[in-house]
Design a protein around this ligand. Structure first.
Ligand code: UTP
Length: 291
């Protein structure tokens, strides 16, 4: 699969004031902005074209993936060539595209903005505020592609087991089986605990054929007056389309950066895994705990 869509248009209100004048997708986790981790994960599995669905206040994302010639020249002139390694990601072989979601009508509406970009090809959707695994090392999208090919799916969605208290925050699966690849019988957006058919939550990575656009066209605004992607997926299931789920592996965590609790957790885990500073940070945290 060569195309991916990364929606980054949301306001990130749960992370105010940090997101008042900067995109949440540009907040750092460890050494890199969240969205750089996402792009690196996609490049690793062969994605060559990335469309960002952006909005006002998101131009720093475009700048981040562009080459900053002035910065490169300044580093050279000041004898700081070694820092050029930190900028290598902006020369990776990937083509970036940007389009604006001109009204914030929800994630489903953001995906609709990708229609002409993807044409008749299947494509990956990776949410710009969620990481899978430490340091972009997850091959979840590759496994999803394997599932897509094996079962001739119309859509494949990544799922992660979440604790009970997080069930009401996510789309929750009704799986047909306990297998790693399972047919999705239903999906319920942000259910109450007693309505939840499982503890498997949508994990921010999707593969769709263009059939998703027909489903989105037929999706009426739902919770929050937004066009919910989950509702369109539900429609595809009702149409009898093959919609499959793929489970994350044990230890392959999904880090949702959308709220401070999980953002702080993600930052600490990535910082602790840092080659240079991880060990001393661990000692520092132990000293705070009086250990
Ligand atoms: P969220 O619902 O978590 O993002 O969407 P949000 O709206 O920014 O969050 P809060 O509730 O205000 O804190 C998940 C992803 O979908 C994108 C977001 O940018 C995020 O990456 N999104 C959401 C859009 O691109 N457009 C939308 O209309 C909504």
């Amino acid at each position: 699969m060569k195309n991916a869509v990364i929606p980054v248009a949301g306001l990130g209100t749960r992370l105010l004031p940090a997101t008042k004048s900067q995109p949440k997708e540009m907040l750092p986790v460890g050494r890199k902005p969240i969205v750089q981790h996402v792009v690196e994960e996609l490049i690793q599995v062969g994605i060559a074209e990335v469309l960002f669905i952006t909005g006002p206040g998101k131009t720093s994302i475009e700048n981040h993936f562009d080459i900053n010639h002035e910065l490169v020249q300044t580093l050279r002139e000041n004898g700081k060539e070694e820092l050029l390694n930190e900028l290598e990601f902006d020369r990776l072989h990937v083509q970036y595209y940007y389009t604006r979601q001109r009204q914030l009508l929800g994630l489903g509406h953001a995906i609709l903005c990708a229609r002409s970009f993807v044409g008749n090809e299947p494509f990956v959707v990776a949410l710009g505020d969620s990481l899978i695994g430490l340091n972009a090392e997850s091959d979840i999208v590759e496994r999803m592609e394997a599932c897509f090919d094996e079962y001739g799916c119309a859509a494949v969605i990544a799922f992660d087991v979440v604790p009970e208290n997080e069930i009401p925050q996510y789309g929750i699966a009704q799986p047909e089986s306990d297998d790693e690849f399972f047919r999705l019988l239903d999906i319920i957006e942000k259910p109450d605990l007693d309505e939840a058919p499982s503890n498997l939550a949508v994990a921010a990575r999707y593969i769709f054929t263009p059939k998703i656009f027909d489903a989105l066209d037929r999706t009426r605004p739902g919770k929050g007056n937004e066009i919910q992607l989950t509702d369109a997926i539900k429609l595809m299931i009702e149409d009898g389309e093959k919609v499959y789920g793929v489970r994350l592996k044990d230890g392959e965590r999904r880090y949702d950066i959308g709220n401070f609790e999980s953002y702080f957790q993600a930052f600490i885990e990535f910082a602790l895994a840092d080659e240079k500073y991880g060990a001393s940070l661990r000692e520092y945290i132990s000293s705070l705990n009086g250990e």
